[in-house]
Design a protein around this ligand. Structure first.
Ligand SMILES: NC(=O)c1ccc[n+]([C@@H]2O[C@H](COP(=O)([O-])OP(=O)(O)OC[C@H]3O[C@@H](n4cnc5c(N)ncnc54)[C@H](O)[C@@H]3O)[C@@H](O)[C@H]2O)c1
Length: 438
């Protein structure tokens, strides 16, 4: 079986299936098509499938022209018909891995996908999980469900884990140029997965097991989570000491070795950094160990929106205004600059905290015209226009996300008070007295 699959992959005759056509799945489809493969995309959401098949995109940084190009020459097809899972030679799984309300791993999407594949699993197929998860998921969650097919892993079908490293909005690296770590269940699975990714990705980095590949992704995100917590904690301390944390980080970053700059902010956002480390904490408990760095980082980062709101309240107080009844404009609803993704965005928390304290809150975000419902929040708000007249109406303007399209001098010129959580106003020259970093 393995020789047949490897030969197909070598000749680029293998059909690739991608399950979950979101922020991760869709760019992956694009790269396999660019690499010359034929791709079938599977998603539960009929609206997404319909949009793609009509040649349109629902992700801001993937233009509709790219989708049209993907559809050309019948190289790509999107479907909700999971019976067709038996067709692809390689199935790459990019479904969500969120946390439950109890902040535990929610494996329901991964399990559901394995259950969709299992009855259709055929000899010679390669299954790769890409969703970020704790070490052990591929072996302990995926394999038992797939083995229910009666086929034997390593002989009849192949199983691997390869973490997605997508960073939406990044210009210097793309899905193709970000090296891809691959861990196989066994030697054959590793060979198959490595050959598969070589179609689409410039550099494939094999590791010894699925667990090593799973742990690699969690290490990367935990490293970010902890370093962001460190600078967030220092931000609070330096603020009290009258030192500008952004100036300090810029100075430290001039050291050519031994220091990587991370930046403070209003809290942690996105689908990865606030969530993935807790997958590892959860798993660590099975081994009787605590992940104290992760817990501490979570605690520090979760406190950030409260710090920002306290700074805003203090600043209003100085001006003889209570937060209750004051109008506040939040700039940026996305979790980071220049993206249209607001999952876990700290702006959501900021809006909630401000509203709970009686503020009248609006937001502007050129990438998010209205707030979609998320698992924790349903704000039902629409982005308001950013005009001089409007800016003047608010007691405070709170910069939560530093989109590059914002004209920060214009904002400061017309606002009464600007709370800047991202050092976005660093180049503003007029009206600096109105700016408070938080
Ligand atoms: N977004 C990122 O930047 C990023 C980066 C690295 C890793 N990841 C990881 O990649 C995984 C996917 O994240 P995403 O951002 O692409 O999520 P997403 O929500 O954008 O996309 C997931 C897609 O899967 C579909 N789906 C859900 N259940 C399904 C099922 N059973 N069968 C078929 N389709 C199903 C959803 O409809 C959705 O279109 C997660 O584990 C995430 O942690 C994301």
């Amino acid at each position: 079986m393995i020789d047949q699959l490897l030969s197909k992959l070598k000749r680029n005759k293998a059909v690739v299936g991608v399950v979950g056509l979101g922020y991760v799945g869709l760019p992956l489809v694009r790269e396999f098509i660019r690499g010359g493969a034929k791709v079938i995309g599977f998603d539960l959401d009929p609206a997404k499938v319909k949009t793609l098949m009509a040649g349109r995109s629902y992700i801001e940084h993937i233009p509709s022209a790219t989708v049209k190009q993907m559809l050309r020459g019948r190289r790509f097809e999107a479907t909700t018909d999971f019976k067709r899972l038996s067709r692809p030679d390689c199935i790459l799984i990019c479904v969500p891995t969120p946390l439950t309300h109890m902040r535990e791993p929610d494996m329901t999407y991964v399990e559901a996908t394995a259950r969709q594949i299992s009855p259709r699993l055929r000899k010679g197929q390669l299954i790769v999980l890409e969703s970020t998860t704790y070490p052990g998921t591929t072996r302990e969650v995926m394999l038992p469900i797939l083995a229910g097919s009666g086929l034997k892993v390593g002989r009849d079908f192949f199983l691997a884990f390869s973490p997605e490293r997508e960073d939406p909005g990044r210009k210097d690296y793309s899905t193709r140029t970000i090296p891809k770590v691959v861990g196989g269940y066994d030697r054959n699975s590793l060979k198959a997965a490595t050959a598969c990714y070589r179609i689409a990705i410039d550099t494939v980095v094999p590791v010894s097991s699925c667990e090593a590949a799973e742990a690699c992704k969690i290490l990367e995100n935990t490293y970010r989570c902890i370093n962001i917590a460190l600078v967030n904690e220092l931000k609070v301390l330096f603020d009290r000491m009258g030192i500008d944390v952004w100036e300090v980080i810029a100075a430290a970053a001039t050291k050519p070795f031994g220091f990587t700059a991370f930046y403070p902010g209003p809290g942690l956002g996105g689908h990865c950094i606030p969530i993935d480390p807790f997958y590892l904490s959860w798993k660590a408990r099975e081994y009787g160990l605590a992940t104290r760095f992760i817990e501490l980082a979570g605690e520090v980062n979760l406190a950030m929106p409260h710090f920002v709101v306290a700074k805003l309240m203090d600043a209003l107080n100085q001006r003889g205004k209570p937060l209750k009844g004051s109008r506040v404009l939040v700039l940026g609803m996305a979790y980071k600059k220049d993206v249209d993704d607001m999952r876990e965005s700290p702006s959501l928390e900021l809006v909630e905290l401000l509203k709970q304290r009686g503020a009248r809150v609006d937001y502007n975000d050129p990438h998010i015209p209205k707030t979609p419902r998320t698992r924790e929040h349903d704000l039902r708000m629409r982005s308001v226009p950013l005009t001089a007249g409007r800016l003047k109406r608010y007691e405070a303007v709170l910069i939560s996300t530093d989109h590059t399209t914002y004209d920060y001098q214009f904002i400061v010129d017309h606002a009464k008070l600007v709370i800047d959580t991202r050092n976005a106003t660093k180049k503003v020259t007029r009206g600096r007295k109105k700016i408070l970093k938080a």
